[in-house]
Ligand binder design. Structure first.
Ligand SMILES: Nc1ncnc2c1ncn2[C@@H]1O[C@H](COP(=O)(O)OP(=O)(O)O)[C@@H](O)[C@H]1O
Ligand SMILES: [Mg+2]
Length: 173
């Protein structure tokens, strides 16, 4: 059996910046196991309650983190997708997807999200909160921002593949 080098890619960003679309495609391209944090939270019941204003569940960080830590340890190649959570395990590359607010507003509005949810996500994007959280939780690790409001999903994936090719060439062997 081929001994694949372990690799954990973390695709993050504000809601609507393209995490799911990009990560699904990229996982196939790079043969990574796709793991969406929100899906995991719902499937495993890693939540404490529900925030009506934000139309989202309140995540039980402790349970979620220890579960993901154990998956990262077991899995050799993973594409983790979702908001930033402070993992202790090694993440090889963090991609923060960014999107200009006009396009992001269109994407969020078309999903019929409540006003508060749209506003809090736009504010988070303007303040670049996800990037600063990533820097705080993963100091010294490779964190790359990619704006995708003027490029296609394929182009976004290609940009990520070239970063992987440059910095983690063994993944593409
Ligand atoms: N370059 C791009 N990268 C990612 N998504 C894009 C891009 N261009 C347009 N989109 C669209 O933006 C939306 C992003 O939604 P989604 O992938 O669910 O984001 P998230 O998972 O971050 O909430 C999709 O409708 C997707 O088709
Ligand atoms: Mg998503």
């Amino acid at each position: 059996m081929v001994d694949l080098s372990p690799f954990c890619l973390y695709i993050t960003g504000v809601t609507g910046t393209g995490k799911t679309s990009v990560a699904k495609k990229l996982s196939k391209q790079l043969s990574l196991d796709y793991l969406e944090i929100n899906t995991l939270v719902l499937e495993k019941g890693f939540y404490l309650g529900y925030d009506i204003n934000r139309d989202s569940v309140i995540i039980d960080d402790e349970l979620l983190i220890s579960h993901i830590e154990s998956i990262i340890t077991d899995k050799k190649r993973l594409c983790l997708v979702g908001g930033i959570i402070p993992l202790k395990n090694v993440i090889d590359l963090i991609i923060v997807l960014r999107c200009g607010v006009n396009i992001l507003k269109q994407r969020l509005t078309s999903r019929n999200y409540p006003k508060d949810k749209i506003e809090s996500n736009l504010e988070a994007e303007i303040m670049n909160i996800v990037y600063y959280e990533a820097v705080e939780f993963f100091p010294g690790q490779e964190i790359v921002e990619i704006y995708n409001d003027n490029i296609t999903i394929d182009e976004t994936c290609n940009q990520i593949v070239s970063i992987v090719r440059q910095h983690h060439p063994s993944i593409l062997e």
